[in-house]
Design a protein around this ligand. Structure first.
Ligand code: AOF
Ligand code: ZN
Length: 376
């Protein structure tokens, strides 16, 4: 194996370790670190939990040998700031490695190339960008929030083979099978929020909790300009057990707000005059609260607004081998839609998987929301 292959292999291992922090470290990025000398792993570590030691510190703690002439593979530039923990870059320099290979620069304002500069100033050879695309994909939600203040939006729907998310009467239970639904529960268990529109809340009366629970408890968020969520709904009735937010518009009636507050819901006021403006205000509020990932489970109007605002970043479409037909049966994304097929939004990084009899198609949409950081 030549040096380049070697570097990619160890960085791939560091990325694999980083991923183990998913659901535990947000709003921090997922970071992994492998320390190698002469083809031997001396230590490995990852950022395991928000507020706890960073990847490099855990990898150093895993080492018993001297690290002289070793190479560090880190998926993100080592930090150079005093945060909840001391700067990692000082601990890396103290270990006297020959080289540090970094997948990606950290856009965090207190770091932003400062960690790399400190390594270079200490006479350590530094390479930036090894498997950078993979690192960027892994931490895309972190990068979007750093760049825009907005959370990463995952749109999920289940539809029949003829593209319907319900029958013409609104019946939708169940389109996908139990195994596909279990996957969605796992996703709910690692995101910061699970969002639906008011119509979906009304028609489906969902609970939107993760069953079984996952590494974090998502807030359930209803986009409901008129505060029309029924106090008798499952969401309102369980609002004291699971965080529940209702995003309302400026014209919501005060008595409706009182009822929801009384039930234990938190009201998020979005006062823009139009639906799109209110959605953007809501996303800003959620991002400002430290939310990194929001799962949106419909309906078609909410997804249309998010798409029009270029705020759907990732799609999980479950396609079940069923047909229901009907021009009045809803499809996943409503709104006016595009006029030209040539303008269709094309997803990238497509992954497909069959879950029992249901096909999952997953992909990302690159809106250019977070430009690549310059390599130093
Ligand atoms: C690293 N290695 O493993 C991680 C880093 O909240 P704190 O104090 O833990 O700091 C969070 C910031 O530190 C985060 O925004 C990012 O810039 C960096 N994360 N850096 O060297 C790591 N998780
Ligand atoms: Zn650090």
């Amino acid at each position: 194996m030549n040096n380049t292959d070697e570097d990619s292999r160890w960085m791939a291992l560091a990325l694999e370790l980083a991923r183990q922090g998913q659901g535990h470290v947000e709003p921090n990025p997922m970071v992994g670190c492998v320390i190698v000398r002469d083809g031997q792993v001396l230590g490995r570590g990852w950022h395991q939990r928000f507020g706890e030691p960073h990847a490099e510190i855990n990898a150093l703690a895993d080492c018993t040998a001297s690290l002289d002439k070793s190479t560090f593979y880190v998926t993100l530039e080592p930090c150079c700031h005093q945060g909840k923990t001391p700067p990692c870059v000082d601990a890396v320099i103290a270990a006297r490695p020959a080289r540090v290979v970094i997948a990606q620069q950290d856009p965090f304002p207190k770091v932003q190339g400062g960690g790399i500069a400190k390594l270079l100033a200490a006479g350590i050879s530094v390479e930036v960008g090894r498997l950078g695309d993979q690192a960027r994909k892994l931490n895309a939600p972190y990068l979007k929030r750093q760049a825009t203040g907005l959370p990463w939006i995952i749109a999920k729907w289940a539809m029949t083979l003829d593209g319907k998310i319900a029958t013409r009467t609104g019946s939708s239970r169940w389109i996908s099978g139990a195994a596909a639904r279990a996957q969605v529960h796992a996703l709910r268990g690692r995101v910061d929020g699970v969002m639906v529109g008011s119509q979906t809340a009304k028609l489906d009366d969902p609970l939107l909790t993760a069953r079984p629970s996952g590494p974090r408890t998502a807030a359930r968020i209803v986009v409901d300009s008129a505060a029309s969520l029924s106090p008798q709904s499952q969401l309102a009735r369980t609002a004291r057990d699971f965080p529940t937010m209702v995003a309302v518009g400026p014209n919501a009636r005060p008595e409706r707000l009182d009822q929801l507050v009384h039930a234990g819901c938190e009201i998020l006021l979005c006062d823009a005059p139009d639906h799109a403006g209110r959605i953007m205000q809501l996303l800003s509020q959620l991002g400002a609260r430290g939310m990194t990932n929001i799962l949106v489970e419909g309906g078609s109007q909410l997804l249309a607004t998010l798409l029009e605002q270029h705020q759907i970043d990732e799609v999980h479409s479950y396609i079940a081998p069923k047909l229901v037909g009907g021009v009045a049966a809803p499809t996943p994304i409503g709104g006016t839609g595009l006029s030209e097929m040539a303008e269709a939004i094309t997803l990238k990084d497509i992954e497909t998987e069959t879950v029992d009899d249901t096909l999952l198609v997953q992909g990302l949409i690159d809106w250019g929301n977070f430009p690549e950081t310059e390599a130093t």
